[in-house]
Design a protein around this ligand. Sequence first.
Ligand code: CO
Length: 147
Amino acid sequence: MFGSIDHTAIAVADLDASIAFYAEVMGMTLTRREELLSQGVEVALFNVGDSSIELLAPLGPETAVGRFLQKRGPGLHHVAYRVDDIDTELAVLAAKGVRLIDERPRIGIEGSRIAFIHPSSMGGVLTELVQPQPRVPVPDRAFRSRR
Ligand code: CO
């Protein structure tokens, strides 16, 4: 099941300027800023209710977001849905013929598990699934499940 919109991602050329805009003009709170070297991006997250706006700046021109900016300029990059069980969702979508970029999840921001769906199957919208890292520690959860 798709639980909610986890985040909407926007490609930006100047991360500092964009952070200043969202913080000072839009009045949003920056909750996290981190480099994801494996994806060639620096990410800034702003909370919007139970969801987030994810600003993506490329770490170089030959990264995926770098090429996106050269081709299309700054703007909407992808939409991400929150799911409970990303392995099951990917298997269900693949069985329905949906074209996946990631057949297996990889690690995203804050230890989440993520996978991308190809825009050609999604009406031109790059789409991400996010299974957040559980906030309850695993030993505690194991303890509770035994009761
Ligand atoms: Co994302």
